[in-house]
Design a binder for this molecule. Structure first.
Ligand code: PA5
Length: 447
């Protein structure tokens, strides 16, 4: 079953059928590099077969622990940053009720910012609630989640005692390495492993994403099943049958023509964090060696009243993918008023989805007319199966697209630059030389 559909037939003014055909060998080559594990970053391809390899035992162990947490906690605090939080956040926002107060248990994220107000508000929010924690870090040493976890761990130990806290903390980290693995062992936390060969931004279908997603009440077996279905329709050498390959080809053709930014435009708020997750996946994978498509996300119709102007008439270096949910979970209609004093009876009895569809059609046609190459990515519904397909589709498309761009999609050397500077400026041992070089340059950029 296929629940997501990519359609590029509106791009005919911007790229021809033969141009697309000509990309078949590039897609086939990228596909071969992945399959043979012979491309750059080939030690980070564990995500590729994950949907086919995830065993029932792991699903059961995660579901059992999630059930235990659900029975004893009102709130799960999930501590992590980047690939260690965005997948779970995206999944929960995609499937759950819009307002956090309607969710039980609530999954709240921390460690993705460095901010006292956020953390202290969080502790205030949970002070009368039963709390559990999932701390997630592959390296086990990332500063943002590590310092947030120190605060939360201290709070948990004061609240539940050392042993009681340990029973409520789950650590997801590298099987052997890193400070978090060491700490988890010493404290006796339940742990889940992030496979060695799966990088952070490709880890949503490992316990990194699966555990908090299961605690939120989603069916993770269906999520994996969806990913496995996408594995099938995102494989093969031909862009006629490989959906991810086709999308990767279109992106690269447009990029070569000077369309250097891809806007992922959504018309439903449940897709906002799918965009955030995709932005990390695409941006960190492709933006290197002086190349890469810049991934941007817009929430329509909200952003049509701000950046919509830019899209319509600004620099013509943007292409747009409209990611659209075909079906919402509920339907509301516009009420009828006999006096019609606001002149809206012409919309009476029409559903918000019907009106939203016209907004989508109107926007896409206007942007095409304004010179923005536009394609669509349709999603059947807000189910776990659709979500699993979507996650895998994007992972595969980004990997293929990265290889077509001739970068290593699986490393992130650029992320280290700020980290090294930060360690030097914080006075971490081993960074003394860099600290001396930086100190005079910081005096005009203080907060
Ligand atoms: O994709 C990546 O590798 C990164 O974005 C990481 O997910 C992020 O930096 C967090 O790293 P860690 O899980 O080691 O704390």
């Amino acid at each position: 079953m296929q629940n997501i559909w990519y359609n590029d037939k509106f791009l005919l003014d911007f790229l021809s059928a033969s141009e697309l055909e000509n990309y078949n060998p590039s897609v086939a080559h990228a596909e071969k590099l992945l399959k043979d594990r012979s491309g750059p970053g080939n030690d980070f391809l564990g995500w590729l077969d994950l949907p086919k390899k995830t065993g029932k035992d792991l699903i059961k162990s995660i579901n059992d622990k999630a059930q235990e947490i659900r029975s004893k906690a009102d709130v799960l605090i999930c501590v992590g940053i980047g690939g260690s939080y965005l997948g779970a956040k995206a999944a929960i926002e995609f499937t759950s009720p819009g307002f956090e107060d309607l969710r039980k248990p609530r999954v709240i994220f921390a460690g993705h910012t460095i901010n006292s107000d956020y953390l202290s508000d969080l502790l205030e929010l949970v002070k009368d609630k039963e709390v559990a924690v999932n701390v997630i870090s592959k390296s086990g040493t990332t500063t943002e989640p590590a310092i947030a976890f120190r605060v939360i761990r201290q709070w948990m130990e004061q609240r539940y005692g050392k042993k009681g806290a340990a029973e409520r903390i789950v650590a997801t980290t590298d099987p052997a390495k890193g400070a978090l693995r060491k700490l988890a062992k010493e404290e006796g936390y339940t742990t889940y492993e992030i496979p060695d060969d799966v990088g952070g931004r490709f880890s949503v279908l490992t316990p990194v994403g699966l555990f908090p997603i299961a605690v939120a009440g989603l069916d993770i077996a269906k999520l994996i099943e969806g990913a496995s279905q996408a594995y099938d329709f995102c494989s093969g050498d031909s862009i006629e049958t490989n959906v991810a390959g086709r999308y990767a080809a279109v992106r690269n053709i447009l990029f070569r023509k000077g369309y250097t930014t891809e806007v992922m435009a959504t018309f439903q708020p449940q897709l906002h964090f799918i965009n955030e997750w995709w932005k990390q996946l695409a941006g960190e994978s492709e933006g290197k060696d002086g190349t890469g498509i810049f991934p941007a996300g817009l929430d329509y119709t909200t952003d049509l009243h701000s950046l919509g102007q830019w899209l319509q008439e600004g620099v013509r270096n943007v292409f747009e993918t409209f990611m659209i949910l075909k079906k919402t979970s509920k339907t509301m209609t516009v009420p009828k008023f006999d006096d019609d004093s606001d002149d809206l009876n012409y919309l009476a009895s029409r559903s918000f989805e019907d009106i939203n569809e016209k907004a989508f059609q109107g926007t896409m046609l206007a942007h095409l007319d304004g010179g923005v190459p536009s394609a669509t990515l349709m999603l059947a519904d807000r189910s776990e199966t659709t979500l699993g397909q979507l996650f895998y589709f994007f992972e595969k498309a980004v990997a293929l697209s990265g290889y077509i761009l001739r970068v290593n999609p699986f490393d992130q050397p650029g992320v280290e630059a700020y980290k090294k500077n930060m360690f030097a400026l914080l006075g971490k041992a081993g960074f003394e030389k860099q600290a001396a070089a930086l100190s005079s340059r910081t005096k005009d950029i203080s907060i």
